[in-house]
Design a protein around this ligand. Structure first.
Ligand code: MG
Length: 167
């Protein structure tokens, strides 16, 4: 049986993963409207991945005899000023998510809950990947600047991401 304090914190993290998932879905609609299908598909994969993160936590909480509480998820942003802005917001979101996973991990440490610590290890590693992929795309976009051919190249490249790849 999991402690109440951790149960609450994991429920909050489930909501955070689902909020991120919904945000990425909103971003994919922005790219779809710009006819950047590669970027739209990359964001849809990101949406699916965040949903998997939420499910991983939800199943874990159930396995530990905790009670799942599903919070309301706010409507995501769908209008942006630029492609770069979308990825800057994404990076910020991932940085905040890393910090909340860190806090969850510290709570598990404080409660001597070694199983939760072990489960969260995967998420800590995943966050390194998430931040890196946003940073790489931001760097590419800055390099591309106003070059339309460069943007179409990036669109093609990101469109090749397979649903399970970590890119
Ligand atoms: Mg996540």
């Amino acid at each position: 049986m999991i402690q109440k304090e951790l149960e609450n914190a994991i429920n909050a993290q489930i909501a955070q993963e689902l909020t991120a998932s919904y945000s990425y879905l909103g971003m994919s609609t922005y790219f779809d409207e710009l006819s950047l299908d590669g970027l739209a598909s990359w964001m849809q994969n990101q949406h699916a991945e965040e949903q998997q993160h939420a499910m991983k936590l939800l199943n874990y909480l159930q396995d530990r005899g905790g009670r799942v509480q599903l919070a309301s998820i706010p409507s995501p942003q769908v209008e942006f000023n630029s492609i770069l802005e979308v990825f800057e917001i994404s990076l910020q979101m991932e940085i905040e998510n890393t910090s909340s996973i860190n806090k969850l991990y510290e709570l598990a440490l404080k409660n001597n809950d070694h199983a939760t610590k072990s489960h969260l290890q995967w998420f800590l590693d995943e966050q390194v990947e998430e931040e890196k992929s946003m940073e790489d795309i931001i760097a590419n976009l800055k390099l591309i600047g106003d070059d339309k051919a460069g943007l179409l190249y990036l669109n093609d490249k990101l469109g090749k991401r397979s649903p399970d790849s970590e890119e």
